[in-house]
Design a protein around this ligand. Structure first.
Ligand SMILES: O=c1nc2n(C[C@H](O)[C@H](O)[C@H](O)CO)c3cc(O)ccc3cc-2c(=O)[nH]1
Ligand SMILES: C[C@H]1O[C@@H](n2cnc3c(N)ncnc32)[C@H](O)[C@@H]1O
Ligand code: SF4
Length: 328
């Protein structure tokens, strides 16, 4: 049966819902944000319409990805509540939510745990030097703030996705330091399910004037990351940001085993459309790799989910197993 094969690369059939594009941070590599007050918030009625259309399609994960309202803003509570309501709606309509909306307070995180099968936050890079450059106007990117999020996720037993943004002015040593920090936290809490190695990819909206991260360096970073990270953490790479097919295969050979959420539009990198699933299969096939869908929560975290979330996950696992059997 295919699930026993070693030659598997996974992806998550996903759709991205954006509560708001407004963000009080100004990361200079961002192609997503608008200024505060300049982007209407997604209403529940609008979201319901989108989700209804998705019910007949092959989508499991709803990725909730948002711009951020300042922690001390009078709008913060309403913002968090909207995110919660969007997750609850997606869950009720049969999808599995994964939220990545920037740093949260411990209580905010605890609240969202009830309506998410997993959550995420990129560390980006831990070096404080970036606070003088790309993150000069991005208080959410203070390294200690982000490390604290990973600790809280561990304490709250939230299956977690994190990662590095590569090519924003950091050094090679900074990569290994950031990976080592993830590794240390995982050894304490066992909660990191995947690490994304995200190559900086310039888009039309950003002000940061730098070339894309050299894709030829990625296999080297992946191989070293594979040595630093515990083996139960999967390495994820975004296939739309690695445009050369040979190098995508080289990244997998080096140890990447997941292509992340694949949705019609990459909201973070709108200038880089995803390839069709069938095209990806054809690229992987000569390397002997089989592309297999997965859920936004990895199997080892079953006991961390509430009964309601667990039921939702079980339904998908049954569906996937029956498909798997029908192929063999
Ligand atoms: O389509 C995207 N999905 C992104 N995802 C989605 C991710 O691939 C999946 O949600 C997870 O693999 C869970 O299935 C992120 C999730 C995180 O927790 C943190 C960062 C990202 C970044 C992106 C991204 O840039 N583009
Ligand atoms: C959601 C995640 O997307 C990543 N991100 C933000 N802007 C870019 C870009 N231009 N290229 C690649 N990744 C980016 C950051 O790592 C953020 O945390
Ligand atoms: S990357 Fe995230 S935090 Fe930074 S400006 Fe864009 S939306 Fe805001």
């Amino acid at each position: 049966m295919s699930s026993f094969s070693q030659n598997i690369v996974t992806y998550s059939p996903a759709y991205t819902i954006v509560p708001t594009y407004e963000c009080f941070n100004r990361c200079s590599y961002c192609n997503f944000r608008t200024d505060p007050g300049q982007s209407p918030w997604l209403t529940l009625a609008e979201a319901k319409g989108i989700l209804q259309q998705l019910q007949s399609q092959n989508v499991c994960e709803i990725l909730i990805l948002s711009g951020e309202v300042h922690p001390h803003s009078s709008k913060r509570e309403a913002w968090l509540q909207r995110i919660y309501d969007l997750c609850a709606l997606a869950l009720k309509m049969g999808f599995l939510p994964h939220t990545n909306v920037g740093p949260l307070s411990f209580e905010e995180m605890r609240k969202l745990k009830n309506v998410n099968v997993s959550m995420g936050l990129m560390l980006e890079q831990l070096t404080p030097q970036l606070l003088d450059t790309v993150h000069r106007h991005a208080p959410s990117k203070i390294p200690e703030v982000r490390l604290q999020q990973l600790k809280w996720a561990g304490e709250l037993q939230i299956p977690f996705t994190t990662g590095l943004l590569l090519g924003i002015g950091e050094t090679e040593n900074n990569w290994w330091e950031t990976l080592a920090a993830i590794s240390d936290l995982h050894q304490r809490y066992q909660h990191i399910q995947e690490v994304i190695l995200q190559p900086h990819s310039p888009g039309s909206q950003q002000t940061f004037d730098a070339p894309p991260f050299d894709p030829h360096k990625l296999p080297f970073v992946i191989a070293k990351a594979r040595q630093i990270l515990p083996i139960d953490i999967t390495i994820q790479i975004p296939p739309n940001l690695i445009q050369d097919q040979e190098w995508l295969l080289a990244c997998i050979a080096a140890g990447a085993r997941d292509l992340g959420g694949i949705s019609p539009k990459d909201e973070v990198n709108p200038d880089y459309p995803h390839l069709q699933e069938q095209t990806l299969r054809e690229i992987l096939q000569p390397g002997g790799w089989e592309l297999v869908p997965r859920l936004p929560v990895y199997p080892q975290f079953g006991s961390w989910l509430s009964e309601e979330l667990g039921e939702g996950v079980k339904k998908y696992r049954l569906k996937m197993n029956s498909k798997d059997n029908s192929r063999t």
